[in-house]
Write a protein that binds this ligand. Structure first.
Ligand SMILES: [Zn+2]
Length: 246
């Protein structure tokens, strides 16, 4: 596991809550923003900031210090599509007695909107943007959340980056919310075939460390929901016709 370090100026800027949350993140799927290689060893936290926007990113200790970087005034904060490294986990999860196909996306680096002073609340910038696009705040996993129109998941079976199964999640503007590999558990495709949709959850869950552990996975998701750190929506999911995969 990478060992995360932050400088005093970064710790001060984040405040106690932000520093604790930055230290909680899993860096298992993270990339160094300087050299773009996987994170390992000692990792430094860098905060990019612009107005009330904070984006926590990571660099190898050898690639740079833990510091605050002011974004140029004309540089907009990244939007959910195209802006973030994401980990994606597929699972079949019980919702009030129905087994539903779910996708859980988690940004590796965290971006927050800060309201008010240094002790202020941090709101996930990604969750805030998705709520503005019709996603619902999830407090319990009892029923599938309402659908969002024009969001779509496209499965590329056997056509991921390294020949594994791949997944594209596109927003209504065609922005790539996610493009990468996904591991599909038994029964997931059948459930998607039956419903024509999957539930897409997005939040700070700590999933990369829970891979393959069903009960721990469901627990982590419920905990994130109870903590108000999960948003979700039903999205249409299609698979390409067999001929298109040739
Ligand atoms: Zn690096």
């Amino acid at each position: 596991m990478p060992d995360l370090q932050m400088s005093d100026e970064v710790r001060q800027l984040l405040g106690p809550e932000g520093a604790a949350r930055a230290a909680e993140v899993s860096l298992a799927d993270g990339q160094c923003v300087h050299c773009h290689r996987p994170l390992d060893g000692t990792v430094h936290l860098v905060v990019r900031t612009h107005g009330n926007f904070l984006h926590a990113v990571y660099v190898h200790a050898a690639c740079g210090p833990s510091e605050i970087v002011e974004l140029p005034a004309d540089e907009a904060p990244p939007v959910p599509a195209d802006g973030y490294d994401m980990a994606m986990t597929a699972a079949v999860l019980d919702h009030g007695g129905a087994d539903l196909p779910v996708l859980v996306a988690e940004t590796v680096s965290k971006a927050y909107l800060v309201n008010g002073g240094p002790a202020a609340e941090l709101t996930s910038a990604v969750a805030a943007a998705l709520l503005g696009q019709g996603f619902s705040l999830i407090s319990r996993l009892r029923a599938a959340p309402p659908p969002v129109a024009e969001w779509v998941g496209v499965l590329l079976l056997g056509h991921g980056p390294a020949g594994e199964d791949g997944l594209l999640v596109l927003d209504p503007d065609g922005g790539q919310f996610y493009a990468g590999a996904v591991e599909l558990p038994d029964g997931w495709l059948q459930h998607v075939g039956r419903y024509g949709w999957a539930v897409l959850y997005v939040g700070d869950v700590g999933l990369p460390e829970l891979r393959g552990e069903g009960k721990a996975f469901a627990r982590a998701l419920r905990a994130a929901a109870q903590a108000g750190r999960l948003v979700g929506a039903r999205i249409a999911v299609g698979t390409p016709p067999p001929t298109a995969a040739a």
